[in-house]
Ligand binder design. Structure first.
Ligand code: C5P
Ligand code: MG
Length: 211
C-alpha cells in the first residue's frame, strides 16, 4: 500500500516536471516572433530571457538595474545568477498557478558557457530539456531585421553599434553552445531567413513530430 502510494506520487511528480525547449539563434533570427505562434498552437509558456532582464531592469529600486542596462547596450551576457533567478521565478509562478502548464519555451538562453553551467547546476534536476530550437539566419539578415525593428522597438540595443557587438557575442559565445547541443543530437534547425509563415510551417513539423 505504502509502496504503491509512493509509486503514484513519483509518477505524478515526473509528469509535472517542467519540459523545456531552448530557443536560440542570432539577434533578429525570429525567436520571439515564432515563440508567440508556438504558444498559440501548442500551449507552451514563453519565457524570453531578454524580456525578463529588461523587465527587471525597469523595476523600481532593483539592485541590478544599472548592470543589466549596461550589459544589454554592450551586447554582453548578464551573469547567470541574475538570469536564472528570473527564469526560475517565472517558471515557479506559472506552475503554482496551474501545475499542468509545465511546458516552457526558454528563448535566448543559454547564451554562453556561464548560462549553460548555471542551468546545469540549478535546474538540471528540476526540468527536462527536450530539444534546442535553432533559428539559423545570416548575420546580414539579422542586422537588417533588428535595424528595422529599432525604428519603433524602443530598445537600447537595436542600433548599429550595439548590433555589431551582439553579433560578435552570438558568434563567439552562443554558437559554440548550439554546436555542443548539436553533437548531443538535441538541435532542431530551422532556416530562419524565410518569411514568418514559411518558418512556422517548418517549426510545426518539428513540434508535431516531437509531441
Ligand atoms: O534575446 P534578446 O535579444 O532579447 O536579448 C537582449 C540582450 O539581453 C542580450 O543582447 C543580452 O545583453 C541580454 N541577455 C543576456 N542573457 C541572456 C539573454 C539575453 O544577458 N540569456
Ligand atoms: Mg527576443
Amino acid at each position: 500500500m505504502v509502496i504503491s502510494c509512493w509509486g503514484a506520487l513519483i509518477r505524478k511528480l515526473l509528469m509535472m516536471k517542467p519540459k523545456v525547449v531552448f530557443v536560440l539563434g542570432g539577434p533578429g533570427a525570429g525567436k520571439g516572433t515564432q515563440c508567440v505562434k508556438i504558444v498559440q498552437k501548442y500551449g507552451y509558456t514563453h519565457l524570453s530571457a531578454g524580456d525578463l532582464l529588461r523587465s527587471e531592469q525597469s523595476k523600481e529600486g532593483t539592485q541590478y538595474g544599472e548592470l543589466i542596462g549596461s550589459y544589454i547596450k554592450e551586447g554582453k551576457i548578464v551573469p547567470v545568477e541574475i538570469t536564472i533567478k528570473l527564469i526560475k521565478k517565472a517558471m515557479d509562478e506559472k506552475m503554482a498557478q496551474d501545475a499542468a502548464k509545465n511546458t516552457f519555451l526558454i528563448d535566448g538562453f543559454p547564451r554562453n558557457t556561464d548560462n549553460l553551467n548555471g542551468w546545469n547546476k540549478q535546474m538540471n534536476d528540476h526540468a527536462d530539456v527536450k530539444f534546442v530550437l535553432f533559428f539559423d539566419c545570416s548575420n546580414e539578415v539579422c542586422i537588417q531585421r533588428c535595424l528595422e525593428r529599432g525604428k519603433d522597438s524602443g530598445r537600447t540595443d537595436d542600433n548599429v553599434q550595439s548590433l555589431l557587438k551582439r553579433i560578435q557575442t552570438y558568434m563567439q559565445s552562443t554558437k559554440p553552445i548550439i554546436d555542443q547541443y548539436e553533437k548531443e543530437g538535441k538541435v532542431r534547425r530551422v532556416d530562419g531567413a524565410k518569411s514568418v509563415d514559411e518558418v512556422f510551417v517548418d517549426v510545426q513539423k518539428i513540434f508535431d513530430s516531437e509531441n
